[in-house]
Design a protein around this ligand. Structure first.
Ligand code: GDP
Length: 477
């Protein structure tokens, strides 16, 4: 790790506008312990080679293995969905590794190969090419292979302690499907208690998730989470961990800093607007634009324009921008140019009455192309540009927007999705926290012995609530 090989790691703090939370001493201690573990157990070490060798010899045969002196245990993240989804599931996997003393590894496909620097000192988080089980790396969203945790439970390849009279040794690996679709999820994972004790004995966990599942882990791990993120600061989880874990590689950082210095650096205030149009919530561009303006008025975000006197505009008055904050740069991130163009023309002839307002967009890719590295680099650059905003407007249910808010350390104004293609009556709501929403929390009945059932409900109510943008989701606050 040196300054030149990953400049963003050393430079990004100069660009962020907000630093709302400091890591606790205990979190710092956990991170240092994690780094030491990763260095000892990660790819390139004898312990990793041994763990992979045992997986190769035992894993494919669906046989159980016994523990030996190798105490290295892993959670291997598998790619799934777009960049925002991926960042959030990597982040969740990392927190799980911190909580359970595992090592987080990634099976990164080529389309993501030059996005992030190595986060841990003197170590890599990328598995080596000869890693076995690659047939499990690209299963579809509904995949539920034999080694999925609930299948292992069903076939009694793994047995809960309280049902177990034989001491069944654990399988070499378990596949965790915990995202996308509540129906096929390995939901007992979230029960904690006996389930987590059982999983502790499995050396390799393969994580197949596209979401931020931390809110659903809260009940099972709440005591440790409160130690790591004290003072009721549950919303600092994603904020502190995204800033710790993700550092764009130099090519992406050049895109970010080049654009920033050319267009945004001089402004007194930067407003980030992330506009996402989902297939299930499409509305005409003009309706979406009006929703953005209505949200902005409600939350006092964009400089307002008033008409005064007789003069040059179509109604015979002068257009004046009421911008008490000096100059403003509005950075628009969207797959399309429409909103940028409308905002730019709104502020292009503003009579110079208030401070200067300029509108910028870096790209409009027109469509998601997650299989392309270049496309993902541009997307990541825009997530970082958004994160340098003083104020943020993001699109509801978008993981791209969630990551920007967490990185920025800002509670965004969230544009509500147009469910059923109907423009929402309330254009947006202010986020209660900068935490992402878990859009598919599990439906799970936890049996006795699970810490989910042992919950004191008040504690969960105090920190977990229904998301502002989707009433089927939950988030921390
Ligand atoms: P989500 O679908 O909004 O939850 O976010 P994801 O990041 O998981 O997937 C959307 C993908 O579409 C991104 O990763 C990009 O590839 C692309 N995309 C969506 N919005 C933008 C944008 O504003 N800018 C760029 N460059 N790409 C975008």
């Amino acid at each position: 790790m040196n300054r030149c090989s990953c400049r963003s790691r050393y430079e990004s703090s100069q660009y962020y506008k907000h630093f709302p939370y400091k890591p606790s001493t205990y979190l710092l201690h956990k991170l240092r312990a994690y780094e030491a573990r990763h260095k000892r157990c990660g790819p390139g070490t004898p312990l990793y080679a041994k763990a992979v060798e045992r997986l190769r010899s035992d894993g494919d045969r669906n046989t159980a293995i016994t523990n030996d002196d190798n105490d290295c245990r892993y959670i291997l993240w598998l790619p799934f969905d777009g960049l925002g989804n991926r960042m959030l599931s990597i982040l969740s996997g990392f927190l799980y590794a911190l909580l359970t003393d595992r090592v987080l590894l990634l099976a990164l496909p080529h389309d993501s190969s030059d996005l992030f620097c190595e986060p841990f000192p003197d170590a890599t988080w990328l598995i080596t090419p000869e890693f076995p089980l690659s047939h499990l790396f690209n299963l579809g969203p509904h995949a539920h292979p034999d080694h999925a945790y609930t299948n292992l439970l069903k076939t009694k390849s793994i047995v809960l302690a309280n049902n177990d009279t034989s001491t069944t040794p654990p399988p070499a690996y378990a596949y965790l499907s915990i995202g996308y679709d509540r129906g096929v999820m390995d939901a007992p994972f979230f029960c904690g208690g006996d389930h987590q004790r059982l999983l502790r004995n499995v050396t390799w966990l393969l994580l197949h998730s596209d979401l931020y599942f931390v809110p659903s882990m809260f009940p099972a791990f709440r005591a440790e989470l409160r130690r790591m993120f004290p003072a009721a600061a549950m919303e600092s989880i994603s904020h502190l961990l995204t800033r710790y874990l993700f550092h764009p590689t130099n090519p992406v950082w050049d895109m970010v800093t080049g654009f920033y210095h050319s267009h945004l650096a001089h402004a007194d205030k930067i407003i980030g607007m992330q506009i996402r149009m989902f297939f299930f919530a499409t509305i005409p561009v003009d309706d979406m634009y009006n929703q953005i303006l209505a949200c902005s008025r409600q939350e006092h975000i964009l400089p307002e324009i008033t008409t005064t006197g007789t003069g040059t505009d179509i109604a015979g008055g002068n257009l004046t921008v009421n911008n008490k904050n000096g100059s403003t740069a509005i950075f628009v991130a969207s797959l399309y140019a429409d909103y940028y163009e409308r905002l730019r023309s709104r502020y292009s002839d503003n009579g110079g009455g208030g401070g200067r307002v300029e509108v910028f967009q870096r790209t409009h890719e027109e469509r998601q192309d997650t299989g392309s590295l270049k496309h993902n680099q541009k997307a990541l650059a825009e997530i970082y540009l958004l994160s340098f905003s003083d104020e943020l407007v993001t699109s509801g249910m978008s993981t791209f927007g969630y990551v920007s808010g967490s990185l920025a350390g800002v509670r965004p104004a969230i544009l509500l999705p147009a469910h059923g293609h109907k423009v929402p009556a309330t254009p947006c709501v202010r986020a209660v926290s900068m935490e992402p929403c878990n859009l598919t929390p599990p439906f799970v009945e936890c049996g006795p012995g699970s810490s989910k059932d042992d919950d004191d409900g008040d504690d969960v109510k105090r920190h977990v609530k229904v998301c502002e943008d989707f009433d089927g989701g939950v988030k921390l606050f």
